[in-house]
Design a binder for this molecule. Structure first.
Ligand code: FAD
Length: 446
């Protein structure tokens, strides 16, 4: 008997694993009790939806287990009579450890574990620099990656396999918190892809940095859970040169995954060794600044709009992610790991490789990073990317009556006090100088 062990590949089409299953095989999703409690409500809703779609497709023959990875899981598969377990590649260090532990326990029982695919167009680790390791610069990665995805097509559609019913410790619906909507990730992903190709792609390059404009694909939560594969997306784009700006974004996702594959410690450790001793603020006053950032009460409208959008929807526009992250690190002097953890607790697409890679990019400590001395000015960023203030007005109702000319500097608006919107919690110019001094001190001590 073969067992398809589903993890972050929760879809029924364009899937390497399903095409290998025959009558009497099994497909399983496993919740490790030690991990389950960490998933945020929005991510549980995506998971519940994706499992529900697969469960329907398999006529409710999907096995759903509560089990610890390693020996406990291997013992269950052995009791089913498994001869081979198929799964897809794990990239984050914790997941790799759990797969390796399970592989060892399976092998001890004479059961093979075979990796049949990855969540990427090009499997992390399969492209390597001549001198070994991961690329530090995106351009060099892109030059290898782009030809590698040329002509890549989806796997053939598979009929639902006739699975043996094995065990069911929970139902997909049990995972959805009551206050979260019922989601259909696969269907949603395919609808979003079609909408993107039909109406957004042509304007993507021009509008992708404007948070008030619906210009991006919004595919990230579905990509994260594997409700859609990048192969499917690339195939739908047709001429990749015409879609170059968008294809590059997909490549950034793969760039960070390749980097994490080679440098598992980038999750917590600055890749740039000269910037490992930056003095971050801690204590009550720093905690208060962190809370103001999380709650969208910093007094910088574009930042507050973003943090409120994140709290309300579990999604945030890329440009705004960069702006809020920069404020946390460079203006509030708070550790980038703290911001990354908050994103992981709130984002529907929270992904270790993309999240930690991007936070290090913003902090100037990672791969192809923004030079550390380039500090985003939240007011200028707001004026440039939300010139009409539509995005701010959508998420910060206190500023709806603020004139457009002042919407990104409401401290100059006479009506501000009545509107109940806070003053900026820091002075950007002063904190910018402070950040540079701290980065310089870290470099000097390295
Ligand atoms: P589109 O513009 O439509 O792009 C298509 C796809 O390309 C995205 O779905 C995503 O998979 C990929 N992509 C786009 N931009 C990036 C990027 N900068 N880095 C890596 N992949 C990219 N993305 C996540 O998926 N998970 C995260 O946890 C995450 N954390 C981030 C943290 C910070 C501080 C920053 C600055 C960015 C982060 N991103 C993360 C990247 C990016 O913001 C989101 O992927 C993007 O906003 C998702 O929206 P979309 O699907 O409409 O993107």
């Amino acid at each position: 008997m073969r067992v398809l062990w589903l993890r972050g590949d929760l879809r029924s089409y364009d899937h390497a694993g399903w095409s290998e299953l025959g009558i009497g095989d099994a497909a399983v999703f496993v919740l490790d009790p030690g991990l389950a409690r960490h998933a945020s409500p929005i991510r549980r809703a995506w998971l519940a939806g994706a499992l529900g779609e697969i469960d329907d497709w398999t006529d409710h023959r999907l096995s759903l287990l509560h089990a610890r990875h390693g020996d406990e899981l291997a013992a269950i598969f052995a009791a089913w009579g498994a001869t081979e377990v198929l799964t897809h590649q794990g990239v984050a260090p914790g997941i790799r450890r759990r797969i390796d532990a399970t592989r060892r326990s399976l092998e001890a029982r004479g059961i093979a574990l075979r990796v049949v695919d990855s969540a990427y167009a090009v499997a992390p680790g399969s492209l390597t620099r001549p001198e070994g390791g991961a690329w530090r610069v995106f351009g060099a990665f892109w030059r290898q990656w782009r030809p590698a995805v040329h002509g890549l097509g989806p796997f053939e559609a598979t009929a639902p396999p006739s699975l043996a019913v094995t065990e069911r410790h929970f139902e997909p619906a049990d995972l959805r918190p009551p206050d979260q909507p019922l989601l259909t990730p696969q269907r949603t992903a395919l609808e979003r892809l079609e909408r993107f190709v039909d109406s957004r792609l042509a304007h993507y390059a021009a509008d992708r940095d404007r948070p008030a404009v619906a210009a991006t694909s919004e595919l990230s939560p579905a990509l994260h859970i594997g409700a859609i594969h990048p192969r499917t997306i690339l195939a739908a784009l047709g001429d990749l040169d015409r879609a170059d700006r968008f294809v590059r974004e997909l490549a950034w996702r793969e760039f960070y995954a390749h980097a994490l594959w080679h440098h598992p410690d980038l999750v917590d450790l600055e890749l740039d060794p000269t910037l490992r001793q930056i003095a971050w603020d801690e204590g009550d006053e720093a905690d208060a600044r962190f809370r103001a950032w999380c709650d969208g009460r910093t007094g910088f409208p574009i930042v507050d709009a973003g943090m409120r959008e994140l709290a309300a929807t579990g999604w945030l526009h890329n440009r705004v992610r960069m702006i809020v992250a920069s404020l946390l690190v460079k203006d509030l002097h708070l550790d980038w790991r703290r911001g990354a953890a908050w994103f992981e607790a709130t984002l529907a697409d929270a992904d270790i490789a993309s999240n930690r890679g991007n936070w290090q990019w913003v902090a100037g400590t990672g791969l192809d990073a923004a030079p550390y001395f380039r500090v985003f000015n939240p007011t200028l960023q707001g004026k440039k990317f939300d010139p009409d203030g539509h995005y701010v007005r959508r998420w910060v109702p206190e500023l709806r009556a603020c004139p457009t000319s002042l919407i990104h500097e409401p401290w100059r608006w006479v009506g501000r006090e009545n509107a109940g919107y806070p003053l900026p919690i820091v002075d950007h110019d002063r904190e910018r100088r402070e950040a540079l001094a701290r980065y310089d001190a870290a470099r000097a001590s390295a």
